[in-house]
Structure formats: C-alpha cells, structure tokens
Design a protein around this ligand. Structure first.
Ligand code: NVA
Length: 374
C-alpha cells in the first residue's frame, strides 16, 4: 500500500544515509547471472557448478528464495508508510556489445545502490566499471523516466559512459595480484594501483557514502582516482573525499564505512581506515564504532561478497535501522547504541549482489543539505 508520498507530486531528495526515508527502490533477483568472464572479473566456483570460464543464471530455487526476501522487505517498508518502487529486470543472459568490445552476459537488477546515487534532487547514474554491468542502468530507466516526469525539480544526470576497452584495466592484474603477500596488496590499495587504470573516470555509486555536504568515496576495484575527480568537479557544492581502507579487495564502501546518524559511523574492524579520515571525523566530534562480529563465517555460495554484509544496513530514520535478521550481534549492538531495529531475513539475497543497503536506493528522505563538518 504506497502511502506517505505526495501522490504524483513526488520529489527526489536525499542528502545523507539517515534522514527519514519516505520513498525507495528495492531491487529484484530475476534473471541474475554468474556473469561471463571479462577483463575486470572472472568467477571460479567449480563446486557450485561454475568453473572458471563458464557463466549462466543463478539457480531458479535460489532466485525464488531471494525474491521472496526482497518482496518481504518491500512489504515491511510499505507497512511503515514508505513508497517502494521496483526495477524492470532485463534478459541478463543476453550478450551485449559496444563498437569496441562484446561481452557474453550481463549481471542483474538486485543491487540498485551500485548503479545509482541520489544527492539532493539529483539522481546520478554511475559509470560502472564491469562490461557485464555497462547496460544495467536500463533496468532502472523506466522508474527514472517516471520520476523525471513527476518532479519538475529533479536533476537527472549520467556520468560519462566509459569505453571499458583493454586500456581501462591493468593487463594480467588478477594473476599478479593474487600472488602478492597481504601487506603488498594493502600498499597497492593505498597507492591506487589496482585493477583499473586512470584511462577514464570510473566509479560505482556504492563506493559513495553521503554525509550531507561531505561525500566519502572509496577508491576501489570499481572506482579509480579519475572517477573521484569527476565526482568532485561534478559536485562543486560538496566536499568529495577520496578514501581507502586496509582491505585487499575493496569494492563498495557500504560494508566498511556506514554512517548511521549525525555523529556516528559504523566501521569494519578488519578494514582499518586511514589516519587522515579518522582525524577528520574526530576533530568534528564524530564517533567511529567498530561493527559487531558477523554471525556468519562467510557469505553464501555463489556470492562475491564478504560476511561483513552484516553491517550493510538500511537506515530508516536517525533512530531506526533495518538489519539482516540473523545478525544478532549487530542487532544487539545497534540497540545498545540507542536505535530501534527492524530485523528482516535477507541472507538468501547475498548471492544476487549484497545486503539491505545494496538492494535499495533512497529516492526521498526528508531533510535538507547540512554541513556536519563545519
Ligand atoms: N564488497 C564488500 C561490500 C559489499 C556490500 C564486501 O563484500 O564486504
């Protein structure tokens, strides 16, 4: 039952990760693929039926279970008066091509957060950096078009579509990188010498954490320095901070650095932040809390994520957080920090690209732009 939005006069507006949520997109699992190999990524899951070089749809039973949990999340949010929209899955098994390359499959429409970001009244489409995800924005275009029609103030923006030729990737990256000792991997993360070259701006929207005027953007396997520079130029009224963490496989900031309310960030203990970043928060009296240890030892089979999906939470308002129901230690920690918790089962969604924050995109949160680091 969609309520609490202003009929057709809906507005795109979200400046941070915590203001009261009134309108959100929840992804769909339909047709998600173990994507075909490409320069950026190859899957190698022989025990689950996908040895290196193969690709194909995730099993039907897994897709049904994930959709059940996604539909349940949508009902829970609607029950709280939040408008929920859903994307239109494409045939992700189809090969795709640009004039410069071809790719044997796409990926899916579950992690909406990776592709789009709302910054104030702007809805921005990320470049993405995997060929299998180049066309993913099309799953969300019918919704974006409808928002653009309904909200005369909405700014619809798309970052430069990347070429993603061989020049965008370090040749032979994965074989060389996998052989390095852990400390050398971290040194490379710090130096930004990862998968992506600086041939063109590249970023996934899920590497951005929004804290009002300050945006923290993780340099990662999906986001390069040129992508951060593009964001900085594109958003001149914001302070865009490029950040790294001690994480040998950085990919999306929302299981590492999760703002919960003004003055409080949840941080992954296994992925220490740069001193400079911690200092920036401390001098502004922000508290950085180490997230509780996840209940699970690892993400489920056919998932590219880590067990730290435990902290991939969706903040509904500054006092209420939606958390995966099995993550009891994380739930207890949030209660202790003074939050009300809405537990929802979501573990079956992990193989489709992440947790509660990944699966959603806030279109409208109450509240305006504020400077939390004056
Ligand atoms: N790739 C990161 C973030 C997922 C939301 C992880 O698996 O921890």
């Amino acid at each position: 039952m969609p309520v609490a939005h202003q009929g057709d006069s809906m507005k795109v507006n979200a400046w941070n990760e915590w203001d009261p949520l009134t309108h959100v997109i929840v992804g769909r699992a339909d047709g998600t693929m173990v994507q075909a190999p490409e320069p950026a990524v190859f899957r190698d899951w022989p025990e689950e039926g996908f040895p290196r070089g193969t690709h194909g749809p995730l099993p039907e039973a897994m897709t049904a279970a994930a959709n059940e949990q996604l539909d349940h999340l949508a009902r829970v949010l609607e029950g709280r008066g939040i408008r929920v929209d859903r994307p239109r899955p494409l045939d992700f098994s189809q090969p795709v091509a640009t004039p410069e390359w071809s790719q044997k499959s796409m990926f899916g429409a579950m992690p909406v957060r990776d592709v789009l970001v709302t910054i104030g009244n702007e809805l921005l489409e990320a470049t993405m950096s995997f060929r299998s995800r180049w066309f993913e924005y099309l799953a969300h275009r019918p919704l974006i078009e409808s928002y653009f029609r309904a909200d005369p103030d909405m700014r619809w923006e798309a970052a430069p579509k990347p070429r993603l030729t061989e020049a965008s990737y370090r040749e032979g990256f994965w074989d060389a990188y996998d052989a390095l000792p852990p400390e050398e991997k971290i040194a490379r993360v710090r130096r930004g010498e990862l998968l992506l070259t600086e041939a063109e701006p590249l970023f996934d929207a899920a590497d951005i954490a929004r804290l009002g005027k300050d945006l923290f953007v993780q340099r990662s396997l999906a986001t390069n320095a040129a992508g951060i520079r593009w964001l900085r130029q594109h958003l001149p009224d914001h302070r865009v901070h490029g950040v790294t963490f001690e994480n040998a496989h950085p990919m999306h900031i929302d299981a590492t650095w999760v703002p919960l309310r003004p003055g409080l960030v949840l941080h992954c203990a296994e992925r220490p932040a740069e001193e400079e970043l911690l200092h920036h928060l401390k001098v502004n009296a922000w508290q950085v809390v180490q997230a509780a240890t996840p209940q699970r030892q690892a993400a489920p089979p056919l998932s590219a994520c880590s067990r730290w999906l435990s902290m991939n939470v969706l903040v509904l308002d500054p006092g209420t957080v939606c958390v995966e129901a099995g993550e009891t230690a994380q739930i207890e920690q949030l209660y202790a920090l003074g939050f009300d918790v809405v537990p929802v089962p979501f573990w079956d969604v992990a193989p489709f690209g992440g947790g509660l924050h990944c699966a959603t995109l806030d279109i409208h949160r109450e509240g305006m732009l504020q400077d939390y680091f004056p």
